[in-house]
Design a binder for this molecule. Structure first.
Ligand code: GLN
Length: 312
């Protein structure tokens, strides 16, 4: 397990960065024009330990939208608001083996398969409490701000673009409403989902968010609680089984670290009790995961024996 001082670790990150930044495999997401403007050169790596040490290299301050990396955190907010049983009556915890935008629901229960696919994330957003829509947005933003240790904001252009083009997500919400899996406020939930996807973060933020989960829900930099400690395990287990789209099984096998990726190129990974990893590089592989981010996690996992089922 990782115990060395910061300087040698920075050298490890530098070496990793230098080798992987030369890799231009993959494609930048272009389903909305705002994402397509990301630079293929961008690559940031950040580590934050549970005792609050931060080591980072490259473009760790470059901001991008959080996108699907937001999903486990929203799942945590919903569990905090309603308790696990109610949340699980609206969304399952079973991997799909299908793409993140798959429209399939569980045939028996009519639930979306899990909160990491879009349908499940939209059903999860429906569960976020608040007396009106502004209060729900505020509670969502405050939750992400507690994880990041700073106030976060929505990129309004991305948000507008997501909501203008999100017909498939809208169709899923209607389907789930048809099956009574979403409330009469399902259109509000869609808005909330588009907003959560459009929050601006950087690799540093993702490492702090990961470190907060690694630290039982307490942000190691601000000492502010982001989530009840008894609920952290639910986020981590769903990240382990479903966090990397339809690569999740192989990821759990090879890397063995709970993680979540997003279509803008971010990845958050969590080594419980040890550290959080934040990565950013917008070139995506065919499954939608950051090419450099996946490779960096694989190498870090091997080098520091971070796999959950490592014997030693
Ligand atoms: N906004 C994107 C969508 O809903 C987010 C998906 C993702 O990051 N995979 O399609």
């Amino acid at each position: 397990r990782m115990k060395s001082a910061a300087a040698p670790i920075r050298d490890v990150l530098k070496d990793l960065h230098t080798r992987l930044v030369a890799n231009y495999e993959g494609r930048i997401a272009d389903y909305i024009p705002e994402l397509a403007t990301a630079s293929p050169d961008s690559f940031g790596i950040a580590l934050c330990t549970t005792d609050g040490q931060v080591v980072e290299y490259g473009d760790y301050k470059t901001s991008f939208t959080i996108q699907s990396v937001s999903k486990p955190f929203m799942f945590g907010l919903a569990i905090g608001d309603h308790g696990l049983d109610h949340v699980l009556s609206k969304v399952g915890v079973e991997p799909t083996g299908e793409a993140f935008n798959s429209i399939v629901l569980d045939e028996v229960s009519n639930r979306p398969y899990n909160p990491m696919v879009n349908s499940g994330a939209i059903a999860t957003a429906d569960l976020v409490k608040g007396k009106d829509y502004p209060e729900r947005v505020k509670r969502m933003l405050e939750m992400f701000s507690r994880y990041c240790g700073r106030e976060v904001f929505v990129d309004n252009t991305v948000f507008m673009s997501e909501r203008m083009t999100g017909h498939r997500n809208r169709a899923m919400a209607h389907l789930m409403r048809n099956f009574d899996m979403m409330s009469e406020k399902f259109e509000e939930a869609l808005e909330l989902y588009f907003q959560q996807c459009s929050i601006l973060v950087n690799a540093h933020d993702l490492s702090v968010m990961g470190a907060t989960l690694a630290n039982g829900g307490l942000n190691p930099l601000t000492k502010i609680r982001a989530i009840e400690s008894e609920n952290v395990k639910y986020l981590l287990s769903i990240m382990m089984s479903c966090g990397m789209y339809d690569y999740a099984g192989e990821w759990a096998f090879r890397v063995g670290i709970p993680a979540k990726s997003g279509v803008a190129g971010g990845i958050v990974a969590v080594v419980p009790g040890v550290l959080g990893i934040g990565l950013y590089s917008p070139l995506l592989d065919i499954k939608g995961n950051s090419v450099r981010g996946v490779k960096a996690c694989q190498e870090l996992s091997q080098k520091f024996s971070l796999h959950a089922f490592e014997s030693s």
